[in-house]
Design a protein around this ligand. Structure first.
Ligand code: PAF
Length: 287
């Protein structure tokens, strides 16, 4: 079927109503565009589980800080449409900023506590912007299921809390991280990396794998694991660790000892480019 495109909430609602009248369940994949194989895996998951798949493409200004990359964030419209089409999306919802945040807009939602550590520490206001736009996208598209990537582990945790706290009638699906063959997690920001930085950027995955091996060999002291990871980053050209944290995935608070249900997460900068990655330790198996 031909891929449809909606730019306004009115157009979107007409199309959603018609899909509902046809008895279809709605899947939503919220994105900021610059789609890669990670997004494609979310679209395919939605295609497999729901009858009508919406991909939203909206670079959300409210989740970028004043000195961040909102202006230069990659916008790759034609390629994005091709990814949506190839992976079975039915509708692309790509509103202009004024449709989502018209002049005079003044309502924001915050998931307190969970929004503060990790990325929240270095990007104040980021998760307020994410939670607000995701809630708005849910209200606009009324999905039965919405799909997010585990790479943004804190975002996924915050969205689950938002859904739980506000009784939103949507099921959240969190899909596995998609990686390059050398382990680098796919990200729209990888394209900013110089060839040298791209080479160094594997340190995120290598540090996580080192942590995994330490845990699998019985290490339970979070400080020891963290120190080893930080040392690896410090010895990598141009890599600057923004944080390396071992937290309880439920509360996002640091743990002293590794136990089941912890998240090991890190953010590393290469010049102006900031990359994140993580893994969840569930005890015997990891994801
Ligand atoms: O993960 C992203 O791309 C964004 O944070 C999201 C969820 C689309 C909200 O703007």
């Amino acid at each position: 079927m031909a891929l449809e495109i909606a730019r306004s909430v009115d157009e979107l609602r007409r199309l959603v109503e018609s899909a509902r009248r046809n008895g279809l369940t709605i899947g939503l994949v919220p994105t900021m565009g610059a789609l890669h194989e990670g997004h494609a895996s979310l679209i395919r998951a939605a295609r497999g589980e729901t009858g009508w798949v919406i991909v939203s493409i909206f670079v959300n200004p409210t989740q970028f800080g004043p000195n961040e990359d909102y202006q230069r964030y990659p916008r790759t419209w034609e390629q994005d449409l091709a990814v949506c089409q190839a992976n079975g999306a039915d509708l692309v919802f790509a509103p202009p900023v004024k449709e989502v945040f018209p002049p005079g807009y003044s309502t924001f939602v915050e998931v307190t506590k969970l929004q503060d550590p990790l990325c929240g520490g270095s990007r104040p206001g980021h998760f307020r912007g994410v939670a607000t736009v995701v809630l708005k996208l849910f209200n606009m598209t009324t999905p039965d299921r919405a799909y997010f990537g585990q790479k943004d582990a804190q975002q996924a945790r915050i969205i689950r809390q938002l859904v739980r706290d506000l009784n939103l009638p949507v099921t959240i699906r969190v899909c596995p991280i998609v990686r390059e063959p050398d382990g680098l997690a796919l990200s729209s920001r990888n394209r900013y990396l110089s060839p040298e930085d791209r080479h160094s950027a594997t340190v995120l995955y290598r540090a996580l794998e080192t942590a995994r091996r330490m845990i699998e060999s019985g290490e339970r002291n979070a400080a020891c694991i963290r120190e080893r990871m930080l040392a690896m980053i410090q010895s990598t050209p141009r890599a600057v660790a923004e944080y390396v944290d071992i937290v309880d995935y439920e509360t996002m608070q640091p743990v002293a000892n590794v136990q089941s249900g912890i998240l090991i997460a890190l953010a590393v900068k290469f010049g102006a480019t900031r990359l994140i990655d993580n893994f969840l330790w569930h005890g015997e198996s990891t994801g």
